[in-house]
Design a protein around this ligand. Structure first.
Ligand code: SF4
Length: 352
């Protein structure tokens, strides 16, 4: 039987693994051993579970599989950023990015294969939506990018951003569980403070994050602060306009006390005027935020262009004059289409 016809053992919770060992009348501590192999040691074969008797390993491999994915290629940018393509066990394609800097090694990971939201500035949107990633597929990207970080830079990942392909809050149950495994002491033990989840803003799930006491940092991909403009670039906004978003974010801030980041891509002659900056300042008056102004990286077949430096500076100065905390972010990996909004389209077109 081929691997992917069996259940991937990594889709089982700790309780389900306990239940499995109880059902086969095995000692309960075997569940703990297996769980540690899976999530602490990143093991992807039953044969490697060296502290389990062979009979148990055989039984596991007859019952479960590992739906591991294959690397399809790497590209390296002049700035050191690496983009890695992955083919999932069912043929779906995703990409992850490793961004090294002097103090950090950041992994940008995907949460869906493709994306259903159709943002008009984004390369991933052109692929459409394939499916949600499983918990193991999200965690595996971290594991593999961590290995590549060791190989290439001799250091472990310091930060993780969920900003790759897909809308994380449309796959929230798997994202939540993956983050628990990435941050848990039984798992990889990475601090939640070093993880950032980026979303276009799904009001109902933002409230859920607050209720769940979600620990990672939240980044809102706003990109336009009026419905008239946001509707044009983020179609999701037509169903959930900005007042709904503000209401959910006010709830989030009141319940968690946390500040979040507002991400704003500067698009030439679309959202980079001082009137746009004023709208952004008004939006941000509702809660304490930090604003990241992001340089846009043109995507083949998409008409938007990057704002010029003068406009960017005027925009930033306008906000800072209102005592706002503002950073200008230059996306990394532009020459290999690994920067913000550029993921996926080219490599995947080549593969299919
Ligand atoms: S920007 Fe994010 S949410 Fe929008 S289409 Fe691209 S991947 Fe999806």
């Amino acid at each position: 039987m081929s691997g992917n016809q069996l259940t991937d053992i990594r889709s089982l919770s700790r309780e389900e693994i306990d239940g499995y060992f109880s059902s086969i009348r095995e000692k309960p501590f075997r569940a703990k051993q297996v769980y540690e192999w899976l999530w602490k040691k990143g093991c992807i074969s039953f044969d490697s579970m060296s502290n389990l008797p062979k009979s148990v390993r055989d039984q596991l491999s007859e019952t479960f599989s590992f739906n591991v994915f294959a690397e399809t290629g790497r590209q390296q940018s002049v700035d050191g950023t690496q983009k890695i393509g992955f083919r999932l066990h069912d043929g779906a394609m995703i990409e992850g990015v490793l961004i090294p800097s002097e103090e950090r090694a950041t992994a940008c990971i995907s949460t869906q294969a493709g994306c259903a939201l159709g943002c008009t500035f984004c390369a991933t949107a052109k692929l459409g939506f394939s499916r949600n990633l499983t918990v193991a597929e999200i965690v595996d990207q971290v594991r593999i990018l961590n290995e590549i970080s060791h190989e290439s830079h001799g250091t472990s990942l310091s930060n993780i951003v969920l900003m790759g392909m897909g809308e994380p809050l449309f796959n929230y149950p798997h994202v939540k569980r993956a983050i628990e495994l990435i941050t848990g002491e039984d798992g990889m033990g990475i601090s939640p403070q070093r993880i950032t989840l980026s979303t276009v803003g799904v009001p109902k799930v933002i409230r859920q994050l607050a209720d769940d006491n979600f620990k990672p940092h939240l980044a809102l991909s706003l990109h336009a602060a009026t419905d008239a403009k946001r509707n044009k670039i983020i179609p999701f906004n037509q169903r959930h306009p900005i007042y709904e978003l503000i209401s959910a974010l006010v709830y989030y801030h009141k319940k968690t006390g946390k500040r979040f980041t507002v991400e704003y891509l500067l698009l030439r002659e679309f959202n980079d005027s001082l009137a746009d900056a004023r709208s952004l300042a008004e939006f941000c008056r509702n809660f304490p935020v930090k604003v990241n102004l992001i340089e846009y990286n043109p995507v083949e077949g998409i008409e938007f262009q990057r704002s010029d430096m003068k406009k960017m500076k005027e925009f930033k100065d306008f906000l800072e004059a209102r005592n706002m905390v503002v950073n200008v972010r230059q996306s990394r990996g532009k020459d290999i289409d690994a920067a913000c909004g550029q993921l996926a389209a080219k490599n995947i077109r080549r593969e299919t």
